[in-house]
Design a protein around this ligand. Structure first.
Ligand code: AMP
Length: 186
């Protein structure tokens, strides 16, 4: 049995930064569906061709494609000890797809990252300047926030009903935020 830990939160909340640290400290796989999709785009696969404009606009890639990609990834040897899901699930159908894996890959914990919108915009624009990430633009940020509120935020209730949610105040020093997450893994 390999437990899944979900990092849920709006774009720019710091999920990726914390997922990297937690995964390396506790020997878990770090699965970022955003990173995987960006790799598909840069290597020009069929999936990458479909995903490119959706990513740039800030819209979601269709559930079926992302779910397939994730299920395949979970078969990797590095998931045996459990995984951090960074950016998945983002919709109710995606969350339900995990329910059917419950025997092999139960969802153990869900961390909901909370950051106010002004801070998120500041962080995303800064990241865009530093990395050149093509969806870190003002137009795309607006769409990504709307998509988050409409499609992803309802998952907080979905997992609250299962008593799996830990809310993380994700404003402040990276190390302090890390400590507030890592104590749940000890
Ligand atoms: P992220 O790096 O997590 O911010 O994701 C960047 C972009 O990849 C998103 O804006 C979506 O276009 C796409 N993406 C990442 N994860 C998912 C997912 N679970 N479902 C659908 N689209 C996704």
């Amino acid at each position: 049995m390999s437990e899944l830990n979900i990092f849920l939160g709006p774009p720019g909340a710091g999920k990726g930064t914390q997922a990297l640290k937690i995964a390396s400290e506790f020997d878990l796989a770090h699965i970022s569906t955003g990173d995987m999709l960006r790799e598909h785009v840069s290597s020009g696969t069929e999936l990458g061709k479909i995903a490119k404009s959706l990513l740039d606009e800030g819209n979601l890639v269709p559930d079926k494609l992302v779910i397939e990609m994730l299920l395949e990834r979970l078969n990797n040897e590095d998931c045996k000890n459990g995984a951090i899901l960074d950016g998945f699930p983002r919709t109710l159908p995606q969350a339900k797809s995990l329910e059917s894996l419950d025997k092999e890959f139960p969802v153990a914990k869900v961390f909901v990252f909370e950051v106010n919108e002004d801070e998120l915009i500041k962080r995303i624009l800064l990241r865009g300047e530093m990395t050149g990430r093509s969806d870190d633009t003002e137009e795309s940020i607006k769409v990504r926030f709307e998509v988050y509120k409409k499609d992803t935020q309802p998952l907080v209730d979905f997992y609250n009903e299962k008593n799996l949610v830990n809310v993380i105040d994700a404003v402040g020093e990276v190390e302090d935020i890390y400590n507030s997450i890592s104590r749940h893994f000890k």
